[in-house]
Design a protein around this ligand. Structure first.
Ligand SMILES: Nc1ncnc2c1ncn2[C@@H]1O[C@H](COP(=O)(O)OP(=O)(O)OP(=O)(O)O)[C@@H](O)[C@H]1O
Ligand SMILES: [Mg+2]
Length: 299
């Protein structure tokens, strides 16, 4: 089942067309990376899904139910962490979760049980200080706990790692991985390595619509261009290979690169065997998300 389905979404602000027929499908159980550069329209898309912004046209369904602007019915399925979360800074973490639980109608016992479970999940179980003194990373982690309070089927996080250092980013990514068993996760980002680390599915938003979408593994396979790297034990052997095969290039670290289109790899392997060349590594290289997206953007 699709947890979120967006079809033909258009949205403009003044004379600026931000979304131009955006289609997006988030499968249930996925960790979905919604990628786009600054100003691409990620936040606009998310706010429209939450019924907070009115689309010019298009359809949105959350868990099979239609989203209607200004109505919040479908938001019972959603937990949301905005790009800049706001807190009552005089509260501590458990007071804040209790407050959020109360205003959404949870009973006290449920709030206590769920809060302690979530504070443990986000590593704030022993944190007694007021939110005022929290680091950015701690605030993001508390924001995720708040978004998960009502056991949403879809967790939407708007750039949860963008303002964080590598340690803080890893903590957030680990939490998103851990909650995958409980909920589908959709998060926006422009940090491609974060997506490569945890996402099952990705979509790239550029020029108002989606230019690539699908399972990360399928996308990588689809764009694989039979490129190989070889590392020989001795530099002189790599020079021999470069001199013999015109399509082989050698980089600064002495690693050889070639593509199947210039030489069949079996031809090179046969040469290596015939000459008894000692190999440390041979690898068929996967495209990185970065190389792949640069290629798509450049088209
Ligand atoms: N309320 C608004 N009024 C006018 N223009 C807006 C409004 N909200 C967004 N925009 C414009 O729409 C475009 C998309 O904005 P949006 O915030 O959705 O992008 P984004 O992908 O979330 O970017 P970022 O990575 O910077 O968060 C931008 O050009 C922005 O200036
Ligand atoms: Mg944004």
């Amino acid at each position: 089942m699709d947890m979120l389905k967006i079809t033909g979404l258009y949205k403009h602000f003044g004379d600026k067309e931000v979304l131009k027929g955006l289609d997006l499908t988030v499968p249930e159980g996925s960790i979905f990376g919604f990628i786009g550069k600054n100003g691409a329209g990620k936040t606009t898309t998310m706010k429209t899904v939450l019924g907070l912004l009115k689309a010019d046209s298009g359809e949105i369904e959350v868990a099979g139910e239609r989203v209607v602007y200004g109505q919040t019915a479908t938001n019972r399925y959603i937990g949301y962490l905005p790009d800049v979360p706001e807190f009552y800074s005089f509260m501590n973490a458990s007071e804040y979760l209790a407050f959020c639980g109360e205003i959404t109608g949870m009973d006290r016992a449920e709030i206590a049980a769920r809060s302690s479970e979530l504070l443990e999940l986000v590593g704030l179980q022993n944190e007694k200080h007021r939110i005022r003194g929290f680091s950015r990373g701690m605030k993001q982690r508390l924001g995720i706990a708040q978004a998960l309070l009502n056991r949403p089927r879809l967790l939407i996080c708007d750039e949860p790692t963008s303002a964080l250092d590598p340690v803080g980013r890893k903590e957030i990514l680990d939490i998103l991985l851990a909650v995958r068993k409980q909920t589908t996760v959709l998060f926006s980002t422009h940090i491609l390595s974060d997506v490569e680390r945890i996402c099952t599915d990705v979509a790239l938003l550029g020029e108002g619509n989606i230019s690539i979408e699908g399972k990360l593994s399928d996308i990588k396979t689809g764009y694989r261009r039979d490129e190989y790297t070889i590392l020989t034990e001795s530099r002189s052997d790599s020079e021999i290979l470069c001199d013999t095969f015109s399509g082989i290039t050698c980089d600064d670290q002495g690693i050889l690169h070639f593509s199947e289109s210039s030489h069949a790899h079996v031809e090179i392997l046969r040469f290596i065997c015939d000459r008894n060349i000692s190999i440390l590594k041979i690898e068929r290289t996967e495209p990185t998300l970065e190389s792949l997206f640069m290629e798509v953007i450049d088209k």
